[in-house]
Design a protein around this ligand. Sequence first.
Ligand SMILES: Nc1ncnc2c1ncn2[C@@H]1O[C@H](COP(=O)(O)OP(=O)(O)O)[C@@H](O)[C@H]1O
Ligand SMILES: [Mg+2]
Length: 281
Amino acid sequence: MVGNRIFLITGSPKTGKTTLAVSASQFAPDTLPAKPGVDCDDTLVIQLDSDGTLGAADAGLFPKVLDLSGAGGYENIDKELAKAIPMIREAVTKGEIRNVCIDLTVLDREIRLYAAGDRGGAKSSLGNADVTLSGDVNWNLVSARGLTLMRAFKTLPCTVIGMAHLRRTDNNYFLKDGEKKAVEKVNDIRGIAGDKAQFTADLSKGVYDPWVHACSGIFVTEVRQVQVGSGLKPKIEKQYVTHTGATPEFEAGARRSSVLQGMETRSLNAILRDMYNFQTK
Ligand SMILES: Nc1ncnc2c1ncn2[C@@H]1O[C@H](COP(=O)(O)OP(=O)(O)O)[C@@H](O)[C@H]1O
Ligand SMILES: [Mg+2]
């Protein structure tokens, strides 16, 4: 039983973060994709993007979904979450839900927009990403909101899984000039592997830090191209891998590196089963 634990899943966009999170379900098969597809009724995704769970569905995993993608701004998301958390707690207590997954990157962006609006009147709405790193953000407010949210999730007596995008630290090529400067200035994002990290969670410090400190483990997802077969025209397939231990590129939390392979292609349910069976022996 994994129970009341927090995990963080990070990875570049489309590397299978949501799919891995949903695969914490006891109904998920050990290897993905699930064929045929399975309902993962013990797992809830709090969806902040309208297509948040489509990828998991492609991989055959159908979780319960609380859709807040239309909430329109952080204040409304916050209100909806305040209403939802007691409901989720009840479902957890009844044994109906065992895993709750939330996209921290969108949440973080909404909090930043909200904090920017608080300072300078910038509008808080999904998609208005220009103000998120403008520098004119009330970082204390971001921290406070981040911490409050983490505490709300932390009290749920189930497994809580936060998902966050990664971005490269050494080459923020997709940031605008002003944003780049703001990132350097406020140092609001921190590398997964400290100073030498190539990748950093795309989250404000106030949102990232409480999750990192509270979580039992960080998993990093990656998609690789693997060659299947030989000859001059070998078949190239995608392989979805989860880093479970530190590598020069990824620091995925050393707590389990002695238990698991360091890199897995299995469902989170299978990974967690190994981790915790090992620890309770
Ligand atoms: N282990 C896996 N096996 C096969 N397909 C996968 C696996 N993990 C993810 N995918 C596919 O990769 C795509 C992105 O997955 P998703 O979980 O939405 O990524 P992210 O949340 O990181 O953006 C989806 O089409 C999904 O079906
Ligand atoms: Mg996702």
